[in-house]
Design a protein around this ligand. Structure first.
Ligand code: I22
Ligand code: ZN
Length: 184
């Protein structure tokens, strides 16, 4: 079983290398452009993807590898007061969208993460991010789902397996952080 899982990860990684290198380079440019302009980077997702959003945001405000200034990154899954109030008053599907409508400015970058590409809270967040003038980057999987039609760039991990998709998402997150480190 263990070797099967390791080989499945390796196969998915090979597919990402073969088909998504160009998209990941474009995503690096999107993040670097936002950082250079001192724009905010917002991230959001549910479950494991919320953890990924928080992990990547923390690399921006803290640091990744290189010692450099703190950067403007925040995950929208961390403020339990905002999340519970918005979910209670407007519905869970609005928790990320409403925070973005309160906080985002034109030119900010929104990174939405969903393995299915179909989580409604993430989809609504993309729609609100566009309304606020943000650049939008999706990390998804399977067939990309509804995210295909609401992101400037949707990076779709070509597998049906949620855990493999998440493993590739955090790898891409770290590559985005490396691209930012390389500017300093
Ligand atoms: O981490 C995992 C599964 O590996 C779960 O917590 C998973 O993230 C949750 O079921 C999410 O709600 C799935 O949503 P999504 O990726 O389809 O947007
Ligand atoms: Zn997981």
């Amino acid at each position: 079983m263990v070797k099967d899982e390791l080989f499945a990860h390796q196969q998915t990684l090979q597919r990402v290398i073969d088909t998504l290198t160009g998209d990941i380079e474009t995503a690096c440019q999107m993040v670097v452009t936002a950082v250079k302009a001192d724009n905010m980077i917002f991230l959001a997702g549910n479950g494991g993807s919320a953890a990924d959003a928080q992990h990547i945001a923390a690399e921006f405000t803290g640091r990744f590898v290189k010692e450099r200034r703190p950067l403007r990154g925040i995950a929208l899954s961390t403020d339990t007061s905002a999340i519970t109030a918005i979910a209670n008053d407007y519905g869970y599907d609005q928790v990320f969208a409403r925070q973005l409508e309160g906080l985002a400015r034109p030119g900010d970058l929104f990174i939405g993460i969903s393995t299915s590409g179909n989580s409604q809270g993430v989809i609504n967040a993309f729609i609100s991010a566009k309304k606020m003038g943000c650049i939008t980057l999706g990390l998804s999987g399977r067939d990309g789902g509804k995210m295909n039609s609401v992101c400037d760039l949707n990076i779709v991990i070509p597998t049906e397996v949620t855990s493999r998709i998440q493993e590739m998402h955090i790898l891409i997150g770290h590559i985005l952080c490396k691209a930012v480190d390389d500017m300093f």
